[in-house]
Design a protein around this ligand. Structure first.
Ligand code: GLA
Length: 387
């Protein structure tokens, strides 16, 4: 991979300078969905698929970006000064956003770079290809400009880029999972204070299987922001009576005792999901630590039901994949992962049944939805590195 990308870099940008190669993972969230902007817990892990990059500093003030995944767009250029989001720059707005953020935060970037990106994560699938590009760009800047920014801080800068430059009001989960990934471990992160713990994912005779619905998210971003504000409204109703900072502070019992305070029934459903999903995530990590994979799987299934019925972010494509998965022999648990509204599901499947799982779920999906899903048996990988 590295040699091929180096060669391609030289074909695109020409010889010269000091050239380095890098990798940053994608991520999958095992449980804890739509909790990260409610001060709750998440449990994601980094993948061995992700984004590669080859980069060097250049001698002018121009940033040149090229992606092998969007060759038709050619080299996208931008001055290091006065960076703004423009539609034509498409995917290159992600690296631009990170450079803009670092400059906002006082880091000096007065020299351009040439960067070639190559992603092995399917785009718009909910495996965080954009956060992967962001964190990777931050890692490259650290390396080429010697900034020494630690990776937790870098995940916050990447989230800032996504919120303020791109305009998606996401939480911290994706950027954190990518920046802090650890092979064979998932990250139990408390998003209220960024305290985290690595939990070994020992699935014994089972594998993590991702199914991509191939339904692009489209409306997803506006719906995402809508769910966020519904939760904020529920919280503000509750704050009229009880003293809390976030929905993640409530136990199930506390929620049940106070839910009548939330004026709008829809907002109460959203809040219920946020509270129960946070508690499920805590229980799921305990189950995993106790080697109770069966219980972990049941909590994954309950997470999907809550995302389907209370949070309403699944849709026919994700429901078809998950409900078909639940019927298969050897399935320990299955749920949608990421923001929802399309994208991927994550399932834990006994190794001996993985092939039949892919055949059967794939067939049911195509029959009902009219186009194919893609399946990936994935491994848990490390955070960004030089390669
Ligand atoms: C997207 C966001 C994350 C998180 C998930 C839902 O991936 O980027 O911050 O909110 O959706 O859990």
């Amino acid at each position: 991979m590295k040699e091929k990308l180096l060669q391609q870099f030289i074909e695109v940008f020409g010889e010269g300078g000091e050239i380095q190669s890098y990798f940053a993972p994608g991520r999958v969230n095992l449980i804890g969905e739509h909790t990260d902007y409610n001060g709750g817990h998440v449990f994601p892990c980094a993948l061995t698929i992700g984004t590669y990059a080859v980069a060097r500093k250049n001698n002018d003030k121009t940033l040149r970006f090229y992606s092998t995944n969007f060759e038709q767009l050619g080299i996208i250029t931008s001055s290091v000064d006065g960076l703004i989001k423009v539609k034509e720059d498409d995917w290159a707005n992600y690296p631009k956003g990170v450079i803009w953020t670092l400059k906002q935060k006082g880091y000096e970037i007065n020299q351009g770079m040439d960067v070639l990106y190559h992603g092995t994560i399917p785009n718009s699938s909910g495996l965080s290809s954009s956060a992967s590009i962001e964190v990777l760009t931050g890692f490259i800047l650290n390396d080429l400009f010697g900034f020494n920014i630690d990776m937790v801080q870098m995940s916050l800068f990447s989230q800032f880029a996504e919120n303020k430059f791109i305009g998606v009001n996401c939480g911290i989960m994706d950027q954190f999972a990518i920046a802090m990934g650890k092979q064979d471990h998932a990250i139990f992160l408390d998003t209220s204070n960024l305290e985290y713990e690595y939990a070994p994912v020992k699935l014994q005779n089972a594998k993590i299987v991702i199914a991509n619905s191939n339904k692009k998210r489209g409306l997803g971003e506006s719906k995402y922001n809508e769910r966020r504000s519904e939760c904020e409204k529920a919280l503000s109703d509750l704050q009229g009576i009880i003293s809390i900072h976030a929905l993640g502070e409530l136990s199930e019992e506390e929620f049940e005792a106070n839910k009548h305070i939330i004026a709008d029934k829809i907002h109460a459903k959203r809040a219920k999901h946020a509270v129960y999903e946070n508690q499920r995530t805590i229980k799921a990590v305990e189950a995993l630590k106790a080697n109770d994979i069966k219980e972990f799987g049941l909590l994954m299934n309950a997470s999907h039901v809550s995302l389907r019925d209370d949070y309403e972010v699944t849709g026919i494509e994700l429901d078809t994949l998950v409900e078909a998965a639940w019927q298969q022999t050897g399935v320990i648990g299955s749920r949608m992962t990421g923001a929802g509204f399309g994208g991927c599901t994550v399932s834990i499947v006994e190794t001996d049944y993985v092939d039949t799982f892919i055949d059967q779920v794939g067939r049911i999906y195509e029959e009902k939805i009219g186009y194919k899903a893609d399946f990936y048996v994935v491994d848990i990988g490390n955070g960004p590195s030089r390669i």
